[in-house]
Design a protein around this ligand. Structure first.
Ligand SMILES: Nc1ncnc2c1ncn2[C@@H]1O[C@H](COP(=O)(O)OP(=O)(O)OP(=O)(O)O)[C@@H](O)[C@H]1O
Ligand SMILES: [Mg+2]
Length: 448
């Protein structure tokens, strides 16, 4: 109604007033357009001036209210934006951290890891797989696996997995380690990388070095066959002589001779079983060693009594050298004597003439005592030196002439290591050998 009235008023205005009103309308319109443009440019502080109390004035008030509202909402949006930006920043940092941890883990894993995406391009290569496959990360990253992997066995692994249609496939591979040049046995396992909903993202190849496990397997098999062989030999001999004694007429002298052999072979069997039990008890930790301060000179005196008969029988000499002022060692009395008896026993067994010297002296700034057993016997060729501490290892040249089973030094090594010491040997063929071992000196309240 008001508008109609105004229109009417306008129509009824005299000519001069009419042009004045027109000017006012034009001015006000230009003003409001400028205000709206400034708001559009982001200035929410500007306000439209009212002018008169008419429709234009009302429009001006409306514009001002709208500016106020836009300002409020924009401020609210700014706040939400800032919060979102903060969240994005925090998540990015978290993701970066996760990525770094993931990368560091993959990089430090000793198993080789190779990840291929769904298109067949290599996306992850860790240093272990570089070493094991002889590839360079920088040269294979992002490239298609068929294009850059030369190792046909890896390619074969991939093809077999694809052909089998299974989630994973594994196979043993033998490769040469580039760093050490040694042959390594690997277990290559290839599996699909799936999302939680089972969508395929690619393939991961894990190369696990199983060289040690293989070696242990081999040693186990060797051990069992060695034990069987060592048990069978004296048993066969005993059985042979018993059968002869039972089945044929033999003179009294022969009877005596056969029974002596049977007795010796029984002793050998007994000794073998004792040694095996000893070894298994030490290795499994079932032997409880009682570590206490032990006077090494006293042990050497005891040793002299133990081996006196054998030394005399072979016409050898046993010399000892140990200062009275030597500190006590932290050891198990019986185990220490067993080590000494084994080493001196070997020295007697493998020496035909000359002397054996047992010496104890401070070692490594007095933290240890080093005991050496030196002989003037057969000596050992260099190529055997590393192996003689292995179970059942005997140098071929003596294996058939001098009795023994090759367990003595394995027992010595185990016992010395249980004492946190070391054992080693220096030897020259034809000149003699010296075995050394160390035992921690006893220090009140302190462990080595
Ligand atoms: N003092 C030594 N001089 C020369 N060869 C030695 C000496 N000690 C050990 N060996 C060599 O090392 C091998 C292993 O020694 P080890 O004591 O383990 O076995 P063994 O004496 O033959 O048998 P066992 O001790 O079980 O009765 C011996 O067979 C021998 O070839
Ligand atoms: Mg021996």
């Amino acid at each position: 109604m008001a508008r109609k009235k105004e229109k009417k008023d306008f129509v009824e205005q005299p000519r001069k007033e009419k042009s004045e009103y027109k000017e006012y309308v034009e001015r006000q319109a230009t003003h409001m357009i400028s205000i709206i443009s400034q708001v559009a440019m982001g200035d929410f502080e500007v306000r439209s001036e009212h002018g008169r109390e008419d429709d234009l004035g009302a429009l001006s008030t409306g514009i001002n209210m709208m500016i106020g509202e836009v300002k409020k909402r924009t401020a609210k949006l700014e706040k939400i934006k800032a919060t979102l930006e903060n969240k994005v920043r925090e998540r990015t940092i978290e993701l970066e951290k996760e990525k770094n941890t993931f990368q560091a883990t993959i990089f430090s894993i000793s198993d080789g890891i190779l990840v291929i995406d769904s298109k067949g391009n290599i996306v992850i290569v860790n240093p272990a797989s570089e070493r094991l496959l002889g590839i360079k990360r920088s040269q294979v990253m992002g490239r298609h696996v068929l294009e850059c992997l030369e190792d046909v066995r890896i390619l074969d692994l991939i093809t077999r997995k694809l052909e089998s249609g299974h989630e994973y496939y594994s196979k043993e591979l033998i490769v040469t380690d580039r760093e050490s040049g040694t042959e390594r046995v690997l277990n290559g396992r290839i599996s699909s990388v799936l999302t939680q909903v089972g969508k395929g993202l690619g393939t991961v190849i894990v190369l696990r070095d199983i060289t040690k496990e293989k070696e242990v397997d081999r040693m186990k098999t060797d051990f069992v066959s060695n034990v069987s062989h060592e048990l069978r030999t004296p048993l066969a001999s005993i059985k042979g002589f018993v059968s002869t004694l039972l089945g044929t007429e033999v003179s009294e002298d022969e009877q005596k001779e056969f029974l002596t052999i049977i007795n010796q072979e029984s002793d050998r069997l007994n000794q073998l079983i004792e040694d095996l039990l000893d070894l298994s008890r030490i290795e499994s930790g079932r032997v409880r060693l009682n570590f206490e301060p032990v006077n090494i000179s006293e042990k050497i005196e005891k040793l002299k009594i133990e081996v006196f008969e054998k030394i005399k029988k072979k016409g050898l000499f046993l010399e000892t050298e140990a200062l009275d002022s030597l500190p006590m060692v932290k050891a198990d009395k019986n185990a220490l004597l067993q080590i000494l008896v084994n080493l001196v026993g070997n020295a007697i067994k493998f020496t035909e003439k000359g002397s054996i010297l047992v010496k104890a002296e401070p070692w490594n700034s007095g933290k240890y005592i080093r005991i050496s057993v030196q002989d003037t016997g057969t000596g050992i060729e260099g190529k055997h030196l590393e192996k003689i501490f292995e179970k059942f290892y005997r140098v071929e040249s003596v294996a058939h002439t001098i009795p023994g089973t090759g367990l003595g030094l394995a027992i010595v090594k185990d016992l010395v290591e249980k004492h946190k010491g070391k054992v080693w040997i220096e030897s020259k063929l034809g000149k003699g050998s010296t075995f050394y071992f160390t035992i921690p000196a006893f220090t009140e309240g302190k462990d080595v």
